[in-house]
Design a protein around this ligand. Sequence first.
Ligand code: C2E
Ligand code: CA
Ligand code: CA
Ligand code: CA
Length: 278
Amino acid sequence: VKEQGKNSFLFYTPEMDVVSLERLTLEHEMRNALLNNEYELYYQPQVEMNTERIIGMEALIRWNHPHKGRIPPGEFIPLAEESGFIVTLGEWVLEQACIQNKRWQDAGLPPIPVSVNLSVRQFEQKNLMEVVQEVLRRTGLPPQYLELEITETMTLDVDRASKVLSQLKQMGVSISIDDFGTGYSSLHYLKNFPIHRLKIDRSFVRDLEHDPNDAAIVSAIIALGHTMNIHVIAEGVENTGQLRFLQEHACDEIQGYYFSPPIPVPEIEMMLQDQLVS
Ligand code: C2E
Ligand code: CA
Ligand code: CA
Ligand code: CA
């Protein structure tokens, strides 16, 4: 079903740029989807290596389109970023994740932080601090249970960014670097920003067992993180071979299909519930 949209345009005419028409439609639908409650957050557990306990979870958006089925974020987040809609959508994600986490804590589940992806466009907003503060106030979630993930693709004004990130940290919110190692400024970020956690990008994890370069990069990132007193989590862990390597190199935490894919609320609730009794 997902492919239908792309393949249904059989004719191309110069007058009608199908690509931009498709984009325009999607953009319109994306905005309506918020009013129609078509977005949903899935949560992927983050697991502590030594204890195998869930110590965090990442909120990942899903779009349940009434006709096209589930549209993965990779297909609409980039467009949402281009059009600026991500600012509105990102605020919705932030609020939903905080509401949900507060609800779990109120229900007596073990309190753990939720990670929310922050788009560069949100970061550029002058009032980001106020938005975060306001959402925390409205939802009643204590700031230490919120983590914001930033990526190094963000071409940031370093001075402003370090000011904003320091303010967030002072508020009690944690900051992690997502997709670590894929951008141009990994080390720059580490040097200048108050970072709580590094997320090793899954492109380095995938072939870890067979590619000595990947293995070297991953072990170096872990060592670097530890020297700087920063937690290191590996993304995209899918098998025991990868797990063993990460264990041997003392990676603190893992996230990936090996443990669990992103799952809807009732399922993660069950996992958290299990953890309560075990
Ligand atoms: P990301 O932040 O790097 O999120 C991790 C992605 O890796 C997720 O894809 C997750 O499902 C996938 N993943 C997790 N474990 C494994 C694994 O073991 N193997 C493989 N192959 N993949 C794994 P997803 O949910 O499709 O999200 C894709 C991207 O869309 C995210 O990458 C993030 O950049 C963006 N995104 C998702 N939700 C949001 C959001 O609420 N706001 C913003 N700004 N971006 C979002
Ligand atoms: Ca992320
Ligand atoms: Ca990532
Ligand atoms: Ca990514």
